[in-house]
Ligand binder design. Structure first.
Ligand code: FES
Length: 146
């Protein structure tokens, strides 16, 4: 059912954790299943290159695997390049997901966008093609560990 790459990233997820004083943080939730993902970015203010990317996901195996792969893909990219990373690209990099799990991969794309949105707000910049994330649930949320 799952590709070897999905299993690898699920069993050995890359870049799990938090970045202290991250330049951008985005938290998104999947309304279908209630799963949650938080993405932390450390962005160079001059070059706009994403130096570090970490995540925490409270979710299914496909969500963990796509988060892990997405962080690998985002690291070293510029903001503009990171904007091109779609859930489709992440799924392709994982050699596909079963159709019923495609929605899980959306969390990673949305979390990247939410973290970039947070960065843009803090630095008063406009990122082309980036709208306010619909599912960013970080506003007003209680601080809780998950
Ligand atoms: Fe919730 Fe996969 S079932 S993200």
């Amino acid at each position: 059912m799952y590709s070897e790459k999905v299993m690898d990233h699920f069993q050995h997820p890359r870049n799990v954790g938090e970045i202290e004083d991250a330049s951008g943080v985005g938290t998104v939730g999947n309304a279908k299943c209630g799963d949650i993902m938080r993405m932390f970015l450390d962005i160079d203010d001059e070059t706009h290159i994403i130096k570090e990317c970490k995540f925490k996901t409270f979710g299914c195996g496909a969500a963990v695997a796509t988060s892990s792969m997405a962080t690998e893909m985002v690291k070293g990219k510029t903001i503009e390049e990171a904007m091109q990373i779609t859930n489709k690209a992440v799924m392709e990099a994982l050699d596909g997901l079963p159709p019923v799990k495609v929605h899980c991969s959306l969390l990673a794309e949305e979390a990247i966008h939410a973290a970039l949105w947070d960065y843009a707000q803090k630095h008063n910049i406009v990122i082309e093609g980036l709208d306010k994330p619909k599912s960013d649930i970080s506003e007003g949320e209680e601080e809780e560990e998950y």
